[in-house]
Design a protein around this ligand. Structure first.
Ligand code: FES
Length: 161
């Protein structure tokens, strides 16, 4: 746990408690999630009750209290994407990775999430890997995309095609 770097983030925001969301966002980047020890440290250094920091960390979907994979895959199930096949994209990603939505592969390479709208409905169905958007996506292309991020069959026992 690198609390020195957490302290650097806090210093950047001058230990200003009103910047708690920005602070947590930057701190999360350090570990890819918000470990309990880090939340306690942030609460202590900002003189905030731990319960308040926890409530913020659990309220916003952008924060994770669980370790996440190196790559975050988000599949849109908002209305526009839903009618254009979003659920099939999610099912395909689940089958390939051997996990369900909101889970992480055992090797911590991928975390899969479903989201409600990514703000680019005309491109539906949409899948985002990290910050890269893949629109009008046929399910058949999901595996090819995941391979670009290091997916291989050794991630699970699925037979390759
Ligand atoms: S519904 Fe999928 S981007 Fe808006």
């Amino acid at each position: 746990m690198n609390l020195e770097r957490v302290e650097d983030v806090l210093a950047k925001y001058e230990h200003n408690e009103s910047q708690i969301i920005s602070i947590l966002q930057e701190v999360q980047v350090l570990h890819n999630y918000l470990p309990e020890e880090v939340l306690k440290y942030v609460a202590e250094r900002l003189n905030l009750p731990l319960a308040r920091v926890y409530s913020i960390a659990t309220f916003y979907k952008t924060f994770s209290l669980e370790p996440r994979g190196k790559h975050l895959i988000r599949v849109c199930l908002g209305t526009a994407c839903h009618v254009r096949g979003g659920p099939r994209i999610l099912e395909t990603a689940e089958r390939i990775l051997g996990i369900k939505a909101d889970e992480t592969t055992p090797d911590y390479k991928f975390t899969l999430e479903s989201v409600n709208c990514l703000g680019c409905c005309a491109l539906g169905p949409v899948m985002v890997v990290d910050d890269e958007y893949y629109g009008k996506l046929p399910p058949a292309n999901v595996k090819k995309i995941l391979r670009q991020y290091g997916y291989s069959n050794s991630n699970k026992e699925e037979k390759d095609d």
